[in-house]
Design a binder for this molecule. Structure first.
Ligand code: FPP
Length: 237
């Protein structure tokens, strides 16, 4: 694939772990565990391809409503991931950023997330953003509040608030907009993910469930993106 047609920023809604577990007559936690295997492979491939930023939706602010056993399994997997993968990610110069409210996480998980960010913050490779305890609307509310606080302190004037300053107040500050959003399992919803950042994103909805989303499926989505005609509201030249 030509570099010019590679998306700079890929965002993925990793959907279908529950259905995969059901199909295989396994507990939901095992579906999520298989989902982590897919996630590792996709991170590695994105890094190898030279994609600039990869954002993964791991846990939404709404996911707390799930069965406590499932929430506990997801929290366990998160902790395991950040403990067992951090050396390899760091070696591969991956720079980790958490999108979402870390302070609302259980203490052990919160610490692991802060440490992963701290340890990899100078890395110049793949910018890996993991959305945890994240909601797009909550992110926009937080940004509005941050800007209002700056205005109240007299640091900025209301007329200084524009697309640039608003995007600087988002968790994704400094990153390019999302070019390609992939949601697996055939569902076609944004589910409160990166609402502002997806303004001009191209969407791909492969039918495959997340644990079955392999490198071929990833390449198909990237190839489909490369064939898209992006106009950003303008007309074709
Ligand atoms: C959606 O599948 C998936 C999630 C809610 C969680 C995604 C989490 C992981 C892949 C693992 C944890 C992440 C990290 C970073 C270690 P679903 O359960 O909604 O599937 P369903 O719609 O088929 O029930």
């Amino acid at each position: 694939m030509k570099n010019a047609s590679l998306p700079r920023h890929v965002a993925i809604i990793m959907d279908g772990n529950g259905r995969w577990a059901k199909q295989h007559k396994l507990q939901i936690a095992l579906g999520h565990r298989r989902g982590v295997e897919t996630l590792r492979a996709i991170i590695r491939e994105s890094s190898d391809l030279g994609i600039e930023a990869l954002s993964l939706y791991a846990f939404s602010t709404e996911n707390w409503r799930r069965d406590p056993q499932e929430v506990e399994a997801l929290m366990g997997l998160l902790l395991e991931f950040f403990t067992s993968e951090i050396d390899e990610l760091d070696q591969n110069r991956v720079c980790i950023r958490i999108l979402g409210d870390k302070d609302g996480m259980p203490e052990r998980q919160r610490q692991a997330l802060v440490q992963a960010e701290e340890r990899t913050k100078e890395n110049g490779g793949l910018k890996l953003n993991i959305a945890i305890n994240y909601g797009g609307r909550a992110e926009l509310v937080r940004a509005a509040r941050l800007l209002a606080e700056q205005a109240a302190r007299g640091e900025i004037a209301p007329e200084d608030i524009n697309e640039e300053t608003l995007s600087q107040a988002l968790y994704t500050h400094g990153l390019p907009d999302v070019d390609l959003l992939i949601r697996t399992s055939g569902e076609m919803r944004l589910s409160n993910f990166l609402l502002y950042q997806c303004a001009y994103a191209e969407f791909e909805f492969p039918a495959v469930l997340w644990p079955d989303f392999d490198l071929n499926a990833y390449h198909e989505a990237l190839d489909a993106f490369a064939r898209r005609d992006r106009r950003f509201g303008g007309r074709k030249a």
